[in-house]
Design a protein around this ligand. Structure first.
Ligand code: ADP
Length: 303
């Protein structure tokens, strides 16, 4: 019922006492490989919340592909519509994190960068049985727009997470979106409004609705979320938690609102479900390992 059309990356994470300077070699403390990529993360987020979820996209012809696919399968995400592209490697993020938490990241899109119309055709085959489609911007924009158009034609609710940030989305994309979910940086880039608090977030969300989006949510981290629909705006405060690592908090939020939409929650309950998932993921390290399951999320909401 939930479809994701997007990226899969393997995060190669080096933990070091401090970030190396240009030309410098330093000895690090730890290394880990963690499955990530916004598409894969959002698919795992929705599936952990008990919604039947499938992903469409590409992995490379390397050994990393197995790791990426296995991680999705262990979360019960359906992977039979992933294409193995032998001509290129899987998407990779090279991450260095120093003790203070400061990091540097280089992303190599690999197979994600080659997603095209043929992948949209594979997606279209499963649209008739779907209720929601989750999109992000880690695959080529032309494929994102084509997918949104096909989904809207099929009556599927389209949610775009406009991440990573860019300022050049075509005007023709907005009317295809039932939901758009930028964070502060992304909302600023899209609208030119410097978003830093609830009021500027509301202004940016209104502007996105004016461009044709059904509902615009601006995610403000520990300041919560603001959502606009037509002329109406609502704000939901963040749940107070001890945040250790906000990586994938946004992906947890998007997977959770997709699950809420599949279950036909009200707008307010959808936002609360998303905010609770984002807060819980901020209390745990890593991308996919930090995403909450349904019993954990529902117990948190009952407290
Ligand atoms: P992104 O990861 O896309 O930048 P955010 O950091 O805004 O998105 O996180 C998405 C949502 O997760 C927030 O709107 C909020 O509801 C929740 N969240 C994120 N960080 C925290 C935090 N430190 N405390 C409580 N909730 C948080």
């Amino acid at each position: 019922e939930c479809l994701v059309f997007g990226s899969l990356n393997l995060d190669l994470v080096a933990t070091t006492p401090r970030l190396p300077q240009p030309g410098e070699t330093i000895t690090g403390d730890r290394f880990s490989m963690v499955p990530g990529g916004k598409g894969a993360n959002q698919a795992v987020a929705a599936a952990r919340l008990g919604v039947s979820t499938a992903i469409v996209g590409r992995v490379g012809g390397d050994n990393f592909a197995e790791i990426l696919v296995e991680s999705l399968q262990s979360a019960e995400v359906q992977t039979d519509r992933l294409l193995k592209d032998p001509a290129i490697g899987s998407g990779v993020a090279m991450i260095t994190v120093e003790q203070s938490g400061e990091n540097t990241i280089a992303v190599i899109p690999g197979a994600n960068g080659r997603v095209d119309e043929t992948d949209v055709d594979r997606l279209a085959e499963v649209l008739p049985t779907a209720k929601v489609l989750l999109l992000q911007l880690e695959i080529p924009l032309a494929a994102v727009e084509a997918a949104a158009r096909r989904a809207k034609q099929a009556g599927v609710t389209v949610i775009l997470d406009p991440a990573p940030a860019r300022s050049d989305l075509p005007d023709s994309l907005y009317p295809l979106l039932e939901w758009i979910t930028p964070n502060e940086t992304e909302a600023s880039q899209l609208t030119g409004i410097r978003v830093h608090d609830l009021e500027t977030a509301r202004q940016a969300a209104m502007e996105l609705c004016r461009r044709g989006v059904g509902r615009a949510i601006v995610k403000l981290g520990a300041k919560g979320v603001v959502c606009c629909r037509e002329d109406e705006a609502i704000a939901i405060p963040a749940f107070p938690v001890e945040a250790v690592d906000t990586v994938a908090a946004g992906d947890a939020f998007n997977g959770a609102i997709a699950a809420a939409i599949v279950r036909s929650f009200s707008l307010k309950d959808t936002l609360i479900y998303g905010a609770a998932a984002g807060a819980l993921s901020a209390t745990k390290a890593g991308a996919q390992p930090s995403l909450p399951d349904r019993p954990t999320l529902e117990a948190f909401l009952r407290k």
